[in-house]
Design a protein around this ligand. Sequence first.
Ligand code: SF4
Ligand code: SF4
Length: 261
Amino acid sequence: MPDNKLKIGIYELTGCAGDALLIIDCEEELVNIFKAANIEAFLMAKSDNNDEVELDVALVEGSVSTEKELEELRKIRKRSKALIAIGICAGLGGMQSYFLDDKDWAKNLKAVYGGVEMIHAKALPSKPIGDFVKVDYFLPGCPIGKEQFLSTFARLLAGNPPELFRFPVCVECKWHENDCLLNKNILCLGPLTAAGCGSVCVNHNLPCVGCWGPSEEANRTAEYKLLLEKGYDPALIKNKMANFSGTSITQFFARLKGETK
Ligand code: SF4
Ligand code: SF4
């Protein structure tokens, strides 16, 4: 008998599968997740996957790195009412995309694989899924967080969109009344990073490395100049800022290169 439960598909493209693992790691809630919605596809969790059914929501992890993935992504989009990018690779292209323009990518591919013929999957430069299809929401994180996923899941069941934060980690850090690590000359990326993790690292006296990706309100120029003033090496700053920014930081560094010529 048909039911009116949400039909959800969870998919993985190129990445470490950390977001799918995070969902499976919701051990206590997993049975209820499967009871509350019809999980039509989730390769890591079940074998009777239905890849033809129309979906209410598709959750997609990973960047697009092959023609086959691009084809799969387009099919998923076509049969989904809403599509949510989960994790930095899907939302921003991931580490596999950073600093690489298409020319460098082709050079690197040749250096690693030589003249090998790609029979099963033709490689493409890694890109965020939003470069190819409409993405309705993006859950940041590398990987996404358990509370973030469970609250998103509960909101979807109630017909609400995910809760997203425009402000940076520093705001959560202040809520926890931490001393600012930048004042102690420790390289912290809190001002550039999307909130949502509850500033968990800084609460334990560790600097934020930016794993929730760039905040919408980030002032990259100010942070870059501040870290230079504090004596950090430009190449180190660049690498730290790029780690979880995917393709979103390419233009910033291109502009910086122009300004520092
Ligand atoms: S820079 Fe780091 S330590 Fe300072 S307020 Fe922001 S998150 Fe907290
Ligand atoms: S690195 Fe930053 S964004 Fe990632 S969990 Fe730690 S404080 Fe949060």
